[in-house]
Design a protein around this ligand. Structure first.
Ligand SMILES: [Zn+2]
Length: 112
């Protein structure tokens, strides 16, 4: 039987196979809360893949992007607070990249 997941990658091109363990724990927790709040899985849109700045932590398995546009404005506001809470708990940095034209998202990375 296929396990119901609280998060999933956008496509098979999303590479999170070697994701930093701290980030994986945070993702699991974020997924549980996303499922509770919205009744659907959290979508990871990028890991160690895609196009990022040359020195991006994405290329060191230390960053993920999370889809924002699949939630209402109020849903995004709520989940932004959830992510900020999780970021603090797991010592991560969160970048609000919802103003990106093509693919609005939140970026989570291992903090210094
Ligand atoms: Zn990112």
């Amino acid at each position: 039987m296929k396990e119901a997941r609280v998060w999933r990658p956008k496509s098979e091109r999303v590479n999170i196979g070697e994701l930093h363990p701290q980030l994986r724990l945070a993702l699991e927790k974020a997924g549980v809360l996303h499922d509770l709040l919205f009744g659907k899985p959290l979508i990871v849109t990028s890991g160690n893949d895609g196009r990022h700045s040359r020195t991006s932590r994405h290329y060191r398995n230390m960053a993920i992007d999370i889809r924002s546009w699949d939630k209402s404005e109020l849903g995004q506001l709520t989940f932004h607070v959830v992510l900020a809470h999780i970021a603090k708990e797991y010592d991560l940095a969160i970048f609000d990249e919802r103003n990106r034209d093509k693919a609005p998202h939140w970026h989570l990375e291992i903090a210094d």
